[in-house]
Design a protein around this ligand. Structure first.
Ligand SMILES: Nc1ncnc2c1ncn2[C@@H]1O[C@H](COP(=O)(O)OP(=O)(O)OP(=O)(O)O)[C@@H](O)[C@H]1O
Ligand SMILES: [Mg+2]
Length: 170
């Protein structure tokens, strides 16, 4: 009988860019080769700022992540390699398929995928999804979810580390 794995989900409210970056850093600190972070949510939700935090956690430094909106894939080296991919400008599945991005997901390094819901296929089961929703001008609701063992482990550690530092919504 197949083991049913329940999805875990963790939700925080950040009330400033700095807090969103800090939360990204707490995730980034934990990441290692092969980890995949799928970012979804509102336009201007904070995906690129969150990615800066992930980069800081990977010891890449805050100046190295610029919005990849016009370059599609940005590659950085810190504690591990980070591939920051943004699918925003890609219009259809055929266009995304033609770019042959699958190799990034199965190779070494860490992948942060902005607008991951535009990805045409299934993402690997270990993917951690982070949804960023705009609440008001300075507040964003960030929901972390995943069901694979690795994702559950990372989200569990995140919950322990964030503790009472941010308002927990769920
Ligand atoms: N709590 C917050 N967390 C993150 N960004 C915030 C917050 N409050 C306000 N902002 C603002 O929201 C914007 C988020 O920009 P960012 O480029 O990170 O979003 P994005 O989700 O990557 O956008 P896009 O959909 O264009 O890729 C910035 O202008 C930032 O200053
Ligand atoms: Mg962005």
């Amino acid at each position: 009988m197949a083991l049913r794995v329940e999805e875990v989900s963790l939700k925080y409210l950040t009330t400033s860019v700095e807090k969103t970056v800090w939360l990204g850093e707490q995730l980034g600190i934990q990441l290692t080769d092969g980890d995949i972070i799928a970012l979804i949510g509102d336009l201007g939700g904070g995906k690129t700022w969150f990615t800066k935090g992930v980069a800081i956690g990977l010891e890449i430094g805050p100046d190295y992540v610029v919005s990849p909106t016009f370059t599609l894939v940005n590659e950085y080296r810190g504690r591990h390699q980070l591939f920051h991919i943004d699918l925003y400008r890609l219009k259809n599945k055929a266009e995304i398929m033609a770019l042959d991005l699958e190799g990034y997901l199965s190779g070494e390094g860490i992948v942060v995928l902005e607008w991951a819901d535009r990805w045409p296929g299934e993402l690997p089961e270990e993917t951690i999804q982070v949804e960023l929703r705009m609440v008001d001008e300075h507040s964003r609701e960030l929901t972390f979810s995943g069901s694979h063992l690795r994702a559950r482990q990372i989200i569990g550690t995140l919950r322990d580390k964030v503790g009472l530092s941010l308002k927990r919504l769920r």
